[in-house]
Design a protein around this ligand. Structure first.
Ligand SMILES: C=CC1=C(C)c2cc3[nH]c(cc4nc(cc5[nH]c(cc1n2)c(C)c5CCC(=O)O)C(CCC(=O)O)=C4C)c(C)c3C=C
Ligand SMILES: [Fe+2]
Length: 407
């Protein structure tokens, strides 16, 4: 029997309690579907696997991203938290409640082990992806010797205006889902479980994926109105994914084999200025046309780019792998609108997310080139930055997030 939040709710509180925590806990979570593509936007993606879900997984439509500071300095408490989080994540991603009792199945005298706002909602393609920031490798937890060289601090890029309070963090969790309530519920419950051991440093909501990570997906549009993600690394690019996405033991940090490095950048857009810019200038800036998304001089979106045909400083030309020793990124960003700024402007932009094998060879050179010469800079400002080592996947119910790091 498979009990989702939906069917669990259907049983009612008494029925749920009757099924019992023990029975639910004993049931193997491996019974869940294992297809790489969920059949519908309600379905779950598998939690267990060689790599974490939420990286090559076809990008879902909604994001809740959170960065935590660890507030305990006890290694055993951190380890325990990672185990508790993994168990909750295995349940949540399969459309179950965070704990075995759930929002209404436990004793009335205690706080419920699920907050309840996702009762009745399906898994909605939820993925939860964890990453560890360089600050976790300081002297608190005895991890200094395990700091991967690829977690070296990003250089200062020209023009960036980073706000420390919404940058960095010891641990991040990326929640992606097709339903925002499901993504928010997952992060909220992880924060609840972490009480007394972690505190939320910053978080970001996103809507409208700005990349495709599978050829089966239609290319979405960013808030500047352009198709975004056309030339992204896609899960079908097996050789590229192997070479440029997943870290290997030979890279230096053995515990990261099968993992990937995550760069986040909150990029504010002055969209009111952009909206008064001519169509020709907008298209020149990106090097693609706005309607079809075709590269300059070509007719169709997926026609190969002709770099010589576009302006020397076109965004696509500056960022193209051929300009950076064939460096690719797996982009997975989201639009954001955080209300308005009190000056009559929307506080809007792109929450840029990119996974890669080594940011020093991939994100850094690309961003340095963009920061120096991209005319898009007139309309954007980087205000937050994060760099995290995302460990390999959780293999089975006996495994947990970060086991290799603490081994
Ligand atoms: C450092 C990496 C990048 C940042 C930061 C970045 C910001 C950014 N990009 C857009 C919109 C588009 N980007 C497009 C292509 C593209 N962008 C990057 C890298 C960064 N972009 C790469 C590697 C590429 C692919 C280049 C190629 O191989 O052709 C496009 C075109 C469509 C596409 O291929 O995705 C758009 C549009 C915005 C709005 C933005 C900051 C706000
Ligand atoms: Fe870009």
């Amino acid at each position: 029997m498979s009990i989702s939040r939906r069917t669990m709710f259907g049983l009612g509180a008494a029925g749920a309690a009757a099924v019992g925590a023990g029975a639910i806990a004993a049931r193997s979570l491996l019974e869940e579907p294992t297809a790489a593509h969920a059949a519908s936007t309600s379905d779950p993606f598998p939690f267990y696997g060689e790599h974490q879900a939420g990286i090559v997984t076809p990008a879902q439509d909604r994001l809740h991203f959170v960065a935590f500071d660890v507030t305990t300095s006890r290694r055993d408490e951190l380890l325990e938290l990672l185990q508790e989080w993994t168990a909750a994540a295995a349940r949540l991603t399969q459309g179950k409640e965070a704990g075995a009792f759930g929002a209404v199945g436990g004793p009335a005298e205690g706080a419920p082990d699920d907050t309840g706002e996702a009762l009745g909602l399906p898994a909605s393609g939820l993925t939860l992806t964890i990453g560890f920031g360089a600050s976790l490798f300081d002297d608190r937890f005895g991890l200094a010797a395990k700091l991967p060289a690829a977690l070296a601090p990003l250089p200062k890029f020209p023009g960036e205006r980073l706000i420390p309070e919404i940058s960095g963090g010891d641990i991040c969790v990326q929640a992606c889902a097709h339903d925002p309530q499901v993504a928010v519920h997952a992060i909220r419950n992880l924060a609840r479980i972490g009480f007394g051991r972690v505190s939320v440093r910053w978080s970001q909501l996103g809507f409208g994926r700005t990349s495709s990570t599978s050829r089966a997906q239609v290319t979405p549009r960013n808030l500047m109105g352009f198709k975004d993600g056309t030339n992204n690394m896609k899960l079908e690019d097996a050789a590229l994914v192997r070479e440029q996405l997943w870290a290997s033991a030979a890279d230096g940090a053995a515990w990261m084999a099968g993992g990937s490095y995550l760069v986040t950048r909150k990029i504010r857009m002055t969209i009111e200025t952009w909206d008064r810019t001519s169509l020709r200038e907008q298209e020149d800036i990106f090097g693609r046309d706005k309607g079809e998304g075709a590269p300059v001089g070509k007719a169709r979106e997926f026609d190969p780019v002709d770099l010589a045909a576009m302006k020397p400083d076109a965004h696509v030309r500056l960022a193209h792998p051929s300009q950076h020793g064939d460096a690719h990124l797996l982009r997975r960003g989201y639009n954001f609108v955080d209300g308005s700024d009190g000056l009559g402007r929307l506080d809007a932009g792109l929450f840029f997310i990119a996974y890669q094998r080594d940011p020093r060879k991939q994100f850094v050179p690309v961003q340095m080139s963009l920061a120096r010469t991209d005319p898009l800079n007139e309309y954007i400002k980087h205000v937050s930055s994060g760099l995290f080592a995302c460990p390999p996947g959780v293999r089975d119910a006996g495994d947990f997030w970060g086991r290799e790091l603490f081994a």
